[in-house]
Design a protein around this ligand. Structure first.
Ligand SMILES: Cc1cc2nc3c(=O)[nH]c(=O)nc-3n(C[C@H](O)[C@H](O)[C@H](O)COP(=O)(O)O)c2cc1C
Length: 370
């Protein structure tokens, strides 16, 4: 460890985002761990994040905490309500006991949901046919009214307050990957003709309102992070130039840190992961519609070979455009380190868990699997 610290002193130095100072620049990214049956974080999830802190990360991110029940995409995701509060408190206490900080990713899935909603059509920036709903029988989505937007923005602020009460050090607003706020930002989903659609500034209006309300609710005490897709990675979606403009908008609104991701869950998953979907993952899918969709996708998709640091070029453009710090995902794998680690221990999570280093001012932007 001492060797690595000497090679990368900046990565191990404290780092300040808004009101929060991290012990180092390693951030465990949000990866929905599937350890929250019925929306309640389990002991397994507590151990998982405490393990991240014990392993040394500065900040670990608890993935996909829905701000309302209609914001869940799957049944086993955390719902930010009074029932989960004591469990979240146990989680943040366990992370703090290991000297780490912990962030709650607060989010709403919009029309990207596999759970059938008793409230009716899932919400989105615009209404109409809902291709995601093919799997859950929700074939139509509903355009959000101004009252819907007020309600959802208030839910984000309430979710952030609940996170503060539960002892979190930061909240990460999920604005990427095709979830609700991303559905506003992306022209693929946003076809509105009012002041919330059209130009990028208009498409950013609702996400900015959400950010403003979250900052007003907790920004003095908690770091407020925005994760978004710097490119949608698909024709008709946001380009990297748009991604740079989005960063400027989020900076103007007062975000403390940008987490730079890419791609959309449904349209461009390869952009998110920088590689083709592994065939072995296709074979475990049982839903017939999903199976058919994946088969078609496997026929049309160009194979993409993983390239280390594949988002670095894009991320540098964002970093040159704004003064607030940013954090890079999908950075670097070092085969030798990885081999050594695999000999020593079993993989620590069923998914790929990763840590990232905010690369705001330094040159080093690396990643190590935990
Ligand atoms: C199993 C799995 C679950 C994920 N769940 C989430 C999630 O809940 N929220 C999120 O923002 N990103 C999620 N991601 C995306 C990661 O945070 C990250 O953006 C992505 O894995 C790309 O980085 P990488 O190439 O370093 O893995 C998930 C990724 C994986 C592999």
């Amino acid at each position: 460890m001492a060797g690595i610290e000497q090679q990368l002193p900046q990565a191990f130095s404290p780092f300040t985002i808004g009101p929060l100072t991290l012990r180092n620049r390693f951030i465990k990214a949000a990866t929905n761990e599937g350890m929250s049956p019925d929306g309640v974080p389990s002991r397994q999830l507590v151990r998982f994040h405490a393990g991240m802190a014990a392993g040394g990360v500065g900040l670990t991110t608890v993935a996909y905490c829905a701000v309302s029940s209609d914001g869940c995409t799957l049944p086993n995701q955390i719902l930010l309500d009074s029932a989960t509060l004591p469990h979240l408190r146990a989680l943040t206490d366990a992370v703090h006991a290991e000297g780490g900080a912990v962030s709650a990713q607060i989010t709403h899935g919009g029309c990207f949901t596999f759970t059938k909603r008793p409230e009716g059509r899932p919400l989105s920036a615009s209404g109409g046919f809902n291709k995601i709903g093919l799997m859950s029988g929700q074939y139509l989505k509903r355009e959000m009214s101004l009252a819907d937007m007020r309600r959802v923005a208030a839910d984000f602020a309430a979710g952030a307050r609940l996170a503060r009460e539960a002892g979190f050090d930061a909240v990460e607003i999920h604005m990427g990957h095709g979830y609700l706020l991303s559905q506003f930002i992306s022209p693929l989903y946003n076809k509105r003709r009012d002041e919330y659609g059209g130009s990028l500034a208009n498409r950013m209006r609702f996400p900015r309102q959400v950010l403003r309300q979250v900052l007003e609710a907790v920004g003095e005490e908690l770091a407020v992070i925005c994760k978004y897709s710097i490119t949608d990675g698909v024709r008709g979606g946001n380009s990297i130039e748009d991604g740079v403009a989005i960063a400027r908008e989020l900076e103007a609104e007062g975000a403390h840190l940008l987490v730079l991701s890419a791609g959309m869950n449904a349209e461009s998953i390869t952009t998110m992961f920088g590689s083709s979907f592994p065939p072995e993952n296709r074979s475990v899918v049982t839903n017939p519609v999903m199976k058919a969709a994946m088969f078609v996708q496997s026929l049309v998709e160009k194979p993409i070979l993983f390239r280390e640091l594949y988002l670095l070029e894009h991320a540098r453009k964002v970093r040159a455009a704004v003064d607030i710090p940013s954090s890079l995902l999908n950075a670097r794998r070092r085969p030798n380190l990885r081999k050594r680690r695999l000999r020593r221990q079993k993989p620590c999570a069923p998914c790929r868990a990763e840590v990232t280093i905010p690369g705001s001012s330094g040159k080093a932007v690396r990643r190590a699997n935990c």
